[in-house]
Ligand binder design. Sequence first.
Ligand code: ZN
Length: 99
Amino acid sequence: MQNISVKGVKRVPQRKCVGCGEMIGKKGAVRVVRDKDGSFSVDPTGKKNGRGAYICNDSKCLGLAKKGKRLERSFKCQVPASIYEELEKEIDKELTENQ
Ligand SMILES: [Zn+2]
């Protein structure tokens, strides 16, 4: 697995965190994708096709997103609990890698 949170990478499109509502900064984000079949997946590489939403690599943002059902709002449908679990794992991983 490639580490995508390399410092100084210029490819920074306008991505907004569904948790805090702010633009994704240097610490990066985890992407959630809903493909055309309507199935969700967590996409740390940001390369999967489909409609995506971003959450900062921050458990606080995930908490906010969960609490406010922001992912559901963004996708306009139910998001399976397993996706939240995966996001949690992904964010945990990123945080330990960056320490
Ligand atoms: Zn955020």
